[in-house]
Design a protein around this ligand. Structure first.
Ligand SMILES: Cc1cc2nc3c(=O)[nH]c(=O)nc-3n(C[C@H](O)[C@H](O)[C@H](O)COP(=O)(O)OP(=O)(O)OC[C@H]3O[C@@H](n4cnc5c(N)ncnc54)[C@H](O)[C@@H]3O)c2cc1C
Length: 335
């Protein structure tokens, strides 16, 4: 068994250079496994040292904390295996494969069903853990088998996807903490011209919406479908888009996106701005937004306490009813 490539000198590489949001202090140990065996040996070593750890994919849905992380980080960037399993649309994909690379691989092999993943930032492992979705697709629809490493370093295979994908942005991995090493995906042979058109649409739409102008984590808050209005629309309607905190600012085009302007914001700036956003929506509409952004590392106590706060939804306000009517009258956007 090969040992995972490990950087152990202190201070270890600034995690901000690995994380999409460009924040993050140093950590005690950084593991960059290249195989499932190397993930297993990393987990066992971390266990033997009784250290806490977290997993970093592309970091596109996460905020890595500023403070030095006394534990380990397992970054999956080097888990890049990707090959066809058969001629019927089966693909083997390791956790570190970039979503766009996967979408291109699929279409180049004459397969349909993954076009929606083009320009969805992130890696396959993080995408499965978050049950990411966009443009009519959701990763749960195409994953057939998931190979993981559990907290003891043992390999666990899930071949009943309905047991791990629990619905909107919800998977069992959020409780078990299992590390996704690889997945098997099933696509269909089909009309690749239509898939290429979809891929172009996804890219153009994201560029047009300014999603790549500055580092972000995508949507900070989940949608609450019982509210009947997307969180972005609630935020927009509060009129808070000009709020800033240090170098953290709300995207002018999407009120649920918080940018790290020029990579100069701290994770404190970003968290404080998101707390202000959540408060503004509660004050105006009585809706308490739930975070989609994952926190990796340790926040200072004051921020951690504020972030954990939960408030009950206030009774329906007339303003919310107006917004809901406005949203349901909107024509559905393509595709
Ligand atoms: C500009 C932009 C647009 C976005 N648009 C969308 C969108 O339309 N729809 C959508 O759903 N999301 C969107 N996102 C969020 C993000 O792209 C997805 O959630 C993506 O799938 C996350 O992948 P990642 O590898 O970056 O995960 P990370 O941010 O690295 O990790 C997310 C969580 O998963 C854990 N994790 C990562 N890898 C593994 C692994 N291999 N095994 C176990 N746990 C793991 C991490 O510890 C963390 O808790 C967007 C983000 C950005 C920046």
């Amino acid at each position: 068994m090969t040992k995972a490539e490990t950087e152990t000198t202190k201070p270890v590489k600034r995690l901000g250079s690995l994380a999409y949001y460009k924040t993050g202090g140093t950590c005690a140990r950084l593991y960059l496994p290249k195989s499932i065996e190397e993930i297993q040996s990393a987990v066992r070593e971390i266990r033997s040292l009784s250290q806490p750890f977290f997993v970093l994919g592309g970091g596109t849905n996460s905020l890595v904390c500023d403070d030095t992380w006394p534990g380990a980080v397992i970054a999956l960037t080097h888990m890049g295996g990707l090959h066809a399993l058969d001629k019927n649309g089966g693909i083997f994909c390791e956790a570190g494969v970039d979503n766009s690379e996967f979408a291109r691989f699929a279409v180049d092999h004459g397969l349909t069903g993954a076009g929606w993943m083009n320009r969805l930032p992130g890696q396959m492992g993080g995408t499965v853990r978050m049950n990411a979705r966009c443009y009519g697709g959701e990763i749960s629809q195409i994953v057939k088998k998931i190979t993981c490493v559990d907290m003891k370093g043992e390999v666990v295979v899930h071949d009943e996807p309905t047991k791990v994908f629990r619905g909107y942005k919800d998977t069992s991995f959020m409780q078990t903490g299992e590390i996704i090493a690889a997945v098997e995906i099933k696509l269909e042979p089909g009309d690749t011209a239509a898939t290429q058109e979809l891929m172009k649409f996804c890219e153009d739409d994201r560029v047009l919406k300014g999603q790549f102008t500055h580092p972000s984590c995508g949507c900070v808050f989940k949608n609450d479908y019982t509210v009947g209005v997307p969180s972005g629309m609630l935020l927009e309607a509060t009129g808070i888009k000009s709020l800033t905190r240090g170098s953290a600012a709300i995207s002018p085009q999407h009120a649920n996106f918080v940018f790290n302007l020029h990579g100069a914001a701290s994770s404190r700036d970003i968290v404080e701005l998101t707390l202000m956003m959540r408060e503004a929506v509660y004050t105006r509409f009585g809706v308490w937004l739930e975070y989609e952004m994952e926190i990796l590392g340790e926040l200072p106590d004051d921020l951690a306490k504020s972030l954990r706060e939960v408030r009950a939804r206030k009774p329906e306000t007339p303003e919310l009813a107006v917004l809901r009517a406005k949203f349901s009258a909107k024509p559905a956007s393509k595709p």
